[in-house]
Write a protein that binds this ligand. Structure first.
Ligand code: DX5
Ligand code: ZN
Length: 223
């Protein structure tokens, strides 16, 4: 089993105090920072892009996990690398030439991930699975923070973990959307190991919330 990793989504943060909040969750022990880039076309909303990521880069050396909710994200690989991305995640649904885009990310020296919307079956990953470091299974429809977890996505996590194990792959499985300390055990039990949480980390006291997640992860490390 891979180590379980928390990736707080800054979309849930207080944007007036973004730098401080990123430093706070990093200090509290979150190994990744999840950055949701939205273009207003692939998803209805517009969030932020390279300038913001670049300015946050000076706050922490944690892994910048960039979730591109953008049509044809291959156009931005070099710019994202310059801005400080460590890992770029692209949606299968947003890439006409997914193989090309994944390899473009790897050739830039970054880690590559593919994301699937809730209604996209995991079988679509059949040919690309061995080429990626991580798969993101969306557990809500992408576009907004603070939505409710969609229960049928749990079965997708299980079948993707099975698919990876059958092929001898230790690919990370990330889940994103509606994850809380109440349902995180369900997604971990199903096989997820990179946990994105926006509202559940930034609402209330971020350091205490991070600690709550990390305490749960430790229960698994001790097993
Ligand atoms: C949704 C984003 C998520 C979002 C998660 O489109 O990809 O990363 O910020 O937020 P919560 O945890 O509040 O559902
Ligand atoms: Zn996300």
């Amino acid at each position: 089993m891979n180590m379980i990793i928390l990736s707080p989504s800054i979309l849930g943060a207080d944007f007036k105090r973004l730098g401080e909040q990123v430093e706070e969750v990093a200090r509290a022990g979150a190994p990744y920072i999840h950055l949701d880039v939205m273009d207003g076309t692939f998803v209805p909303s517009i969030s932020f892009g390279m300038p913001l990521i670049e300015s946050l880069r000076s706050c922490t050396d944690r892994v910048f996990d960039v979730h591109m909710m953008v049509e044809e994200p291959g156009r931005y690989v070099d710019a994202m690398k310059k801005a400080g991305a460590d890992l770029i995640c692209v949606h299968q649904e947003a890439c006409l030439h997914l193989d090309r885009t994944v390899h473009q990310i790897r050739e830039a020296g970054l880690r590559a991930a593919v994301a699937l919307n809730p209604a996209t079956p995991v079988g679509t990953l059949d040919l690309i699975l061995s080429e990626v470091d991580m798969v993101l299974l969306m557990t809500v429809n992408p576009g907004f923070g603070g939505q409710k977890f969609i229960p049928y996505t749990l079965e997708k996590v299980r079948s993707l973990r099975r698919m990876c194990s059958e092929r001898g792959l230790s690919t990370q499985i990330q889940v994103d959307g509606g994850i809380t300390t109440d349902n995180v055990r369900d997604v971990i039990d199903a096989g997820a190991d990179v946990i994105v949480a926006g509202s559940a980390v930034f609402k209330g006291n971020p350091s205490e919330n991070v600690k709550r997640f990390l305490d749960i992860f430790q229960e698994y490390e001790r097993r």
